[in-house]
Ligand binder design. Structure first.
Ligand code: ZN
Ligand code: ZN
Length: 86
């Protein structure tokens, strides 16, 4: 399974920085080449990533879709994304 950085969208190829358990999830923290760190939450039912709060560029507040950091409009619902200063 390819894992993409929620911030810049590039494929993560580095090994996890650390891993731990959180409730029903196995959490893995990765650091991307762009310097961003994010947590991957994996459970038998659901897998998702949570970027750090300052890494929300491209994140659609309307439908919760993660878009590329350079995106202006959400690829899913077309909402204009908020401009965030990283
Ligand atoms: Zn990145
Ligand atoms: Zn959206």
């Amino acid at each position: 399974m390819a894992l993409n950085c929620p911030r810049c969208g590039s494929t993560i190829q580095t090994s996890p920085e650390r891993e731990w358990e959180f409730k029903a999830y196995h959490v893995t923290r990765y650091q991307c080449e762009c310097g961003d760190k994010f947590n991957l939450y994996a459970s038998p039912h659901k897998t998702f990533t949570i970027p750090r709060p300052q890494a929300l560029k491209g994140f659609c507040p309307s439908c919760k879709t993660r878009n590329p950091a350079h995106a202006i409009y959400c690829k899913n619902c077309g909402t204009k994304l908020p401009i965030t200063q990283a």
